[in-house]
Ligand binder design. Structure first.
Ligand code: PLP
Length: 380
């Protein structure tokens, strides 16, 4: 099955009872057993649910993996992966990650004895240098939030394989349309399905896909034991979103490129980060490992923080909002929104300045997005 066909059909068949072409929403907490000691494959929705299972199988197919496991949010998917580790274990992590991820690592998991070292993974040698005896996981976010740094997954996986350490990749920005980390040697791929996969700002959800049977069983155990699961309705809404994922991503990416070029040529813009631009430091890696560059970009204005704020407040079509990866164009100020919990000194050291603006390009007419930005920039 080719990728576009997988988006529409993988893991799904017409409902055997009614022929319903869309999978039913099994909105139930529990299942009646035919007799003691025998169930029909489901016993309690925290453990598994037919609608969620269809989504899990669909996502596994999209990522070229054997298994998928869904969670209540991207954060609970990350949390489940980290719970494969134990106190004393060490993780080498990309230095530019979503602020909620570093908050979780530093302010929650560190107190349970996990250790994290953040390195610029765009230079794979930094990963090799940070590996210690206790290193049990390498965690990459690529392209990263919000600086759009791109890591060479194949190169990091080679280093990890030689050291016997699994690699997990937060591939939320790229989606399996443009990047499939398992095909490049990664062990786990993770998504905030809140973003492009569901695609319409309609749910909060997360997922992982993988090939290793033992790791899958441990993640299923964590899913049912901790219970951070997505509801059947949310799983169903995500499945509907995925049916058009391949079409939406192409449009996000085409418009992303157009807007990146427009901003790059604008006299009030100091710099633009978009992996599709030849000026992007890892453009060659992105062109090699990804089949498209996506709809996320970030930029800084020459007028710094006041100009950035003036722009964001002046926009009419682009919505000032905390999320990304939806059909609506959304603009975000990472320093006061998505990355507000990263201490200012750390933000500055990472290059995440107070003047940085992040744009998630939607699927509106690109001319309208450009016009809104042009109008906003007049005020900046
Ligand atoms: C790259 C990335 N990973 C993980 C998350 C967390 O996902 P969620 O908000 O679904 O918990 C986000 C949220 O913005 C994100 O951007």
């Amino acid at each position: 099955m080719k990728f576009a066909t997988k988006c529409v059909h993988a893991g799904q068949q017409p409902d055997p009872l009614t022929g319903s072409i869309i999978p039913p929403i099994y909105q139930t907490a529990t299942y009646v057993l035919p007799e003691v000691g025998r169930d029909l494959g489901f016993d309690y929705t925290r453990s598994s649910n037919p609608t969620r299972q269809i989504l899990e199988n669909n996502l596994a197919a999209l990522e070229s993996g054997k298994y998928g496991v869904c969670f209540a949010s991207g954060m609970s998917a990350v949390d489940a992966v980290m719970k494969l580790l134990k106190a004393g274990d060490h993780v080498v992590c990309s230095d530019d990650v979503y602020g909620g991820v570093s908050r979780h690592f530093n302010q929650v998991l560190a107190s349970f004895g996990l250790q994290f070292t953040y390195v610029d993974t765009t230079a794979p040698g930094n990963v090799a240098d940070a590996i210690r005896d206790e290193t049990k996981l390498i965690w990459l976010e690529t392209p990263s939030n919000p600086l759009l740094k791109v890591t060479d997954i194949g190169a990091v996986c080679k280093i990890a394989r030689d050291a016997g350490i699994p690699v997990g990749v937060d591939s939320t920005f790229a989606t399996p349309v443009f990047l499939r980390p398992l095909e490049l040697g990664a062990d786990i791929v993770m998504h905030s399905t809140t973003k492009y996969l569901s695609g319409h700002n309609q749910i909060i959800g997360g997922a992982v896909a993988l090939n290793d049977e033992d790791m899958f069983q441990r993640l299923k155990f964590l899913q049912k034991t901790v219970g951070a699961v997505n509801s059947p309705f949310d799983a169903w809404l995500t499945l509907l979103g995925i049916k058009t994922l391949h079409l939406r991503m192409r449009r996000h990416s085409d418009t992303g490129m157009r807007i990146a070029e427009f901003l790059g040529a604008h006299p009030k813009i100091a710099r633009v980060s978009y992996p599709g631009l030849k000026s992007h430091p890892q453009h060659a890696v992105a062109a090699r490992e990804m089949s498209g560059f996506g709809g996320m970009l970030s930029f800084e204005l020459k007028g710094g923080i006041p100009a950035g704020k003036a722009l964001m407040n002046a926009l009419q079509l682009c919505q000032l909002a905390e999320s990304l990866g939806s059909v609506e164009t959304m603009i975000t100020h990472p320093a006061t929104m998505t990355h507000v919990d990263v201490p200012p000194a750390e933000r500055n050291a990472r290059g995440l300045t107070d003047g940085l603006v992040r744009l998630s390009v939607g699927i509106e007419d690109p001319a309208d997005i450009e016009e809104d930005l042009a109008r906003g920039l007049e005020k900046a």
